[in-house]
Design a protein around this ligand. Structure first.
Ligand code: PMV
Length: 308
């Protein structure tokens, strides 16, 4: 069964996406959904197989598309001294692709761990995390490191770029009842991160103020989390959505999901991850059934999860 497969965790960012790229804090936790991978020896050449996503690629033969996981994998195999081996790399994702749920980092971590097991490389978590960070750079240019950190350690945390991965684990009093709404269009992390960077380069002071404001919200959210004050936390999420809107990383579907959630009992709702598409999270103190139903009735997919 897939239990013996290596895993990388998906994640949700509660608050702090985008600002975290600029050194501010973010709060994230693993999802109960993971990506699993397994490696076997092959006869000739290395193949990447992700049947659920329709991917079957011979690595040494086809040139990898820039920014693709195949490109990351080519780099990984070189780094690990495995580029001359013939391997069959199988991947079984439990989560949707490109939904702002950290899928690219989870994929990298799962494959690195599967390579480590099969080839007895003796990698520790810090090395797994660092290699996954290299893959994230290929996937979206200037990652903060939050996705590969949560994907590796599978632990809720307050993250800040440059600080040791495990220095700020979060122990929640009680898990948070969240609904994840999927917009149905791909999260455009690379494009959204690039757009924010361009705007910041043109008007650094203006954008630094927005990142500072998000940082204040994130730190207040930490207090609210520790007090399990879900009204306050929801309010902070709503304001944060306003700031993400100011960064222009929202979309029509995201706005619709946010409104639906708020109308059906969520105390807060915002996009999560890169935006441009992807997913919305809604905080639902009375349970997520009503919110999830409203999202489904409007034609979206919804997942009820508990955070932390
Ligand atoms: O869309 P995701 O799940 O890859 O999350 C990206 C989070 C950002 O803050 C937008 C980028 C980053 O590297 O932290």
């Amino acid at each position: 069964g897939t239990q013996e497969w290596a895993a990388g965790h998906g994640k949700v960012i509660l608050l702090g996406e985008h600002a975290v790229v600029y050194g501010r804090h973010a709060i994230a936790a693993p999802l109960p959904l993971a990506i699993r991978a397994r490696v076997e020896d092959a006869r000739d050449g290395t193949t990447l197989l992700i049947p659920r996503w329709g991917i079957e690629q011979r690595l040494q033969q086809q040139p990898a598309r820039p920014g693709s996981f195949a490109q990351s994998l080519t780099l990984l195999l070189e780094r690990l001294g495995l580029d001359r081996r013939a391997l069959r790399i199988q991947v079984a994702p439990e989560m949707p692709r490109a939904m702002g749920l950290g899928g690219s980092a989870a994929l990298a971590v799962a494959v690195i761990r599967a390579l480590d097991r099969h080839c007895a490389l003796g990698l520790d978590d810090a090395s797994v995390c660092a290699l996954a960070f290299e893959c994230e750079k290929i996937a979206h240019g200037t990652p903060s490191g939050i996705d590969n950190t949560v994907a590796t350690h599978g632990q809720a945390l307050l993250y800040r770029r440059g600080e040791p991965a495990t220095s700020r684990p979060l122990a929640l009093q009680q898990p948070l009842p969240l609904v994840i709404g999927l917009s149905g269009s791909e999260s455009l992390t690379a494009r959204m991160v690039a757009r924010v960077r361009q705007a910041w380069q043109q008007h650094p002071a203006r954008y630094e103020r927005i990142f500072d404001e998000i940082d204040v919200l994130t730190r207040h959210a930490l207090d609210a989390l520790q007090a399990h004050d879900l009204d306050e936390l929801g309010e902070l999420m709503n304001i944060c959505q306003g700031q993400l809107n100011a960064l222009q990383v929202s979309s029509r579907e995201i706005e619709e999901l946010v409104q639906l959630a708020r109308e059906h009992g969520a105390t807060g709702a915002k996009l999560t991850g890169g935006g441009g598409g992807g997913a919305v999270i809604a905080l639902c103190p009375d349970g997520g059934a009503r919110v999830a139903r409203a999202m489904r009735d409007a034609g979206y997919q919804a997942l009820e999860v508990s955070f932390g």
